[in-house]
Write a protein that binds this ligand. Sequence first.
Ligand code: URA
Length: 238
Amino acid sequence: MESQRLDKILASTGKYSRKEARGLIRAGRVLADGVPVRDAAAKLDAEAVHISVDGADIACRRVTWVMLNKPAGYLSATEDRRAPTVLDLLPPELRHLFPVGRLDKDTVGLLLLTDDGATAHALLSPRHHVEKVYMARVSGRLTDADAAAFREGVTLSDGLRCLPAGLEILSADDAESLCRVTVQEGKFHQVRRMLAGRGKPVLFLERVKMGNLPLDETLGRGSFRFLTAEEIENLRVF
Ligand code: URA
């Protein structure tokens, strides 16, 4: 791995902000190979040097994974001329990450961003059937017939057949219904099109889970956090 600034190395563990890292470094609490380094800009190779804070080893990440609670109005892209992208919600040092798949501009909730191309690719591969769970509010009354159609596999307006999906109706009246949808694929506008195809257009869509990783409910919309080492490991169960 390349050498990086010491404050950046500490921040990439997800345990400290850059500011906190600088404070720790200034206070002489950060050692590199047993020697205090008081310069936050000192460049070190985190995989070659043994770094500790208050005597505890820093586990250095080779990859970065971030969970974002995406708000409406942001594109799941790395750049766009007209609309803000999800990268605008991250600090400059994390803008090399890319979104793992896409949420529509108006879909909110769990979006992962990473620089770990191999795992991202595997998570998105249709071969691995990684489940994505969404909460949807729709217009009209959802019925058991809709749930049965989802179980069978809905055919979209362009003739594409979806794999069997879960539709759990949480509340339903003539005006609106609330449901939990579980899909294994990621076709373009899939959940919206599946529900629209049943005559129940989506009013609000939120992704709440990807694989075994639920959206962290303590994250406000527009906020992000680093995944823990355990969460990253758990994503790699293919
Ligand atoms: N399905 C959709 O229709 N939109 C999303 O953003 C995600 C899944």
